[in-house]
Design a protein around this ligand. Structure first.
Ligand code: KG4
Ligand code: ZN
Length: 340
């Protein structure tokens, strides 16, 4: 197994890539649905599915032609099986399974969060196992101890909102455009971090679980009583972001002490956040901890992470049967190492 096509359609991006054992990521393409969902202020699942149907085949053609690859050179097809929006997942899964059948190659459904996590291993100087991972995406926030591919011990997770969700909801309160996380982060760069103070939820309790709904509720009360000028909005955005980063930092430190690990891998869409990247890298260096992030284009949803994770598992002989079974919900810790 040397060359894998990866298909990602779990939410609002149609993303395709080819991973090659010798050349690495040969091509990766993303079609973003942001303009489609922007007027609704969030992802509309039915519109997402329909757009994946429209875009997926032309994007696969473009990915193959950009890398000058004939379809016959693909040796395996990997697709995001879950978690995600069920209609959107179904599009990628059906196309992947059909192409694999037509090309007579194996197909494999990939866990979206495992793919986010594995993205860091595409970088030069990747971390050795074991390591601690902080996953921060639109739907997930968790800490896990990782001893190998498919070997995840959950250390803690959010009891309510995911970090990305908290960013998106607070951005919406501030009247910022969808997708909220990057818009809020941009505004926060102009803010004064000391004008407002947001809570750091659950940091005084033992354990590694998170809760972000309190920060969001605090945002509601601050925004409703504050002025609406640009500087005030930036100050609120900044205080929110600082509180979130601080909360994540406290729990990461605790997880590293608990496991004795000196490596932290940060993955998922919010790992693109500059304040988080900077704070973790600088503040954890005093603990002799090395922090690893994917490059920015592999932090948010992309096809390269799916093709690569597919390659890691397919090359060990793992593959699916002919059935198509997308999973809207699928806990990371249900995964196992590759099985042939
Ligand atoms: O991993 P991802 O692309 O999709 C999911 O699997 O959920 O993560 C998307 C989330 C969204 O909530 C988005 O607002 C957030 O990641 N995000 C950010 C940034 N870039 C993306 N949040 C804060 N700062 C950013 N720079
Ligand atoms: Zn994602």
């Amino acid at each position: 197994m040397n060359r894998v096509l990866g298909i990602e359609t779990s939410c609002d991006e149609t993303a395709i890539a080819v991973y090659d054992a010798v050349g690495g990521v040969l091509s990766h393409q993303i079609h973003s649905q942001i303009p489609l969902h922007a007027e609704y202020g969030g992802v509309v699942p039915e519109l997402a599915s329909r757009d994946h149907v429209r875009k997926i085949m032309p994007l696969i053609d473009k990915t193959l032609s950009d890398a000058s690859l004939p379809p016959g050179s693909i040796e395996g097809v990997a697709y995001t099986r879950g978690p995600g929006l069920i209609g959107a997942l179904m599009v990628g899964a059906s196309v992947a399974r059909s192409l694999a059948y037509a090309w007579q190659v194996p197909a494999l459904g990939i866990h979206h969060i495992e793919a986010h996590l594995m993205a860091v291993l595409l970088e030069d100087d990747p971390p050795a196992y074991p390591f601690v991972t902080l996953i921060v995406s639109g739907g997930h926030t968790l800490l896990a101890h990782v001893t190998g591919l498919g070997q995840y011990e959950l250390l803690g997770e959010t009891l309510d909102d995911a970090v990305g969700e908290a960013f998106d909801k607070t951005a919406k309160l501030l009247g910022l455009p969808y997708p909220g996380g990057p818009s809020l982060a941009k505004l926060a760069t102009q803010g004064d971090p000391d004008r407002y103070h947001f809570p750091r939820p659950m940091v005084n309790r033992p354990g590694l679980d998170f809760s972000f709904s309190g920060i969001k509720t605090h945002a509601v009360s601050v925004v409703s009583s504050a002025a609406t000028d640009q500087q005030t909005q930036a100050d609120i955005a900044c205080a929110f972001e600082v509180a979130v980063v601080d909360t994540l930092m406290i729990k990461c430190r605790r997880a590293l002490l608990q496991t004795g690990s000196q490596r932290l891998v940060v993955a998922g869409g919010v790992s693109a956040n500059q304040r988080l990247r900077q704070a973790l890298s600088t503040q954890l260096s005093s603990m002799n901890v090395q922090v690893y992030f994917p490059r920015l284009e592999y932090c948010t949803d992309n096809g390269a992470m799916v093709a690569w994770t597919g390659y890691l598992r397919l090359s060990q002989g793992e593959h699916d049967d002919l059935s198509i079974r997308p999973c809207a919900r699928w806990p990371l810790y249900d995964l196992s190492p590759p099985s042939s």
